[in-house]
Write a protein of this length. Structure first.
Length: 267
């Protein structure tokens, strides 16, 4: 972006964030937000840094993407005896997907049962995190196209390499979906364990996102309990989704799998 404040590149290039290759447009979006909120010019940098860290914090997991890419490079194409265990290890390395590992078949079996019966199905996974590496558990119909979007550029590169090794019709795309929401028509959308974080970033963003998504079927999930398991989040997170579809002529079904609430929305 032209005329960016000098501190923007300093933030993006910091040791903490640099390895993640995060989307630059995110920080510019935050600048626009805090300026619109009337934050004094001298306080803009501090406010943006705080918001940016809150967004990025979930990405600061203990995954060495460079090492993971080197490991993946050593696996031959189509060698599912090594590719699948690699994917499972990566899924367990990320808190969100690790919590789902014990219910993968049940979780994705339920979702697959909702897909429309048609050839050449297209599915988009928004703010995907490590979820695309579970593609072998997703029970997708033959010939399905799978598109994944995420803010973390290092993770996107790893996912694309994995897709290429499997030689499947799938692609991972580096994007901040709040800034650049995909609106190409697809048959179904996944949006897993991110709506609560999006609401912290920008209240009402879940409703805005769902309205922009060009799909008749949307699967949104949210944690039913906090990470320690001590606090029940069902009412709080159900309220987020109820507000997101308020006054919309949509149907929403709620199911629970493990520590995860799954909201199935039909437009």
């Amino acid at each position: 972006m032209a005329n960016s404040p000098a501190w923007v590149n300093k933030v993006l290039g910091s040791k903490k964030y640099k390895a993640l290759a995060l989307n630059e447009e995110t920080i510019h979006d935050l600048i626009r937000q805090v300026e619109a909120d009337g934050i004094p010019a001298k306080q803009v940098e501090k406010a943006v840094r705080e918001k940016y860290h809150n967004i990025v914090a979930p990405y600061l997991e203990d995954v060495d993407y460079q090492a993971a890419m080197l490991e993946l490079d050593q696996i031959s194409d189509h060698d599912i005896t090594r590719l699948y265990p690699f994917a499972e290890k990566m899924l367990r390395a990320h808190t969100s997907t690790n919590e789902r590992m014990e219910i993968l078949d049940e979780f994705y079996g339920h979702i697959a049962g909702q897909f429309p019966e048609k050839n050449e199905l297209t599915i988009a996974d928004l703010a995907c995190a490590m979820n695309p590496l579970a593609i072998q558990w997703m029970q997708l119909p033959q010939g399905c196209e799978f598109l994944a979007y995420d803010l973390n550029g290092a993770r996107i590169a790893l996912i694309n390499c994995y897709f290429q090794k499997l030689a499947i019709n799938a692609q991972a795309i580096h994007a901040d979906i709040l800034v650049d929401t995909p609106n190409e028509p697809v048959d179904a959308v996944f949006f897993f364990k991110e709506a609560h974080r999006f609401e912290q970033r920008q209240k009402g963003s879940t409703r805005k996102l769902l309205r922009q998504i060009n799909a008749p079927l949307i699967f949104v999930s949210l944690p039913s309990r906090n990470m320690t398991g001590r606090h029940d989040l069902k009412l709080k997170h159900t309220k987020i989704m109820q507000e997101a579809i308020k006054d919309m002529d949509w149907q929403m079904q709620i199911n629970e799998f493990g520590k995860e609430l799954l909201f199935t929305i039909r437009k």
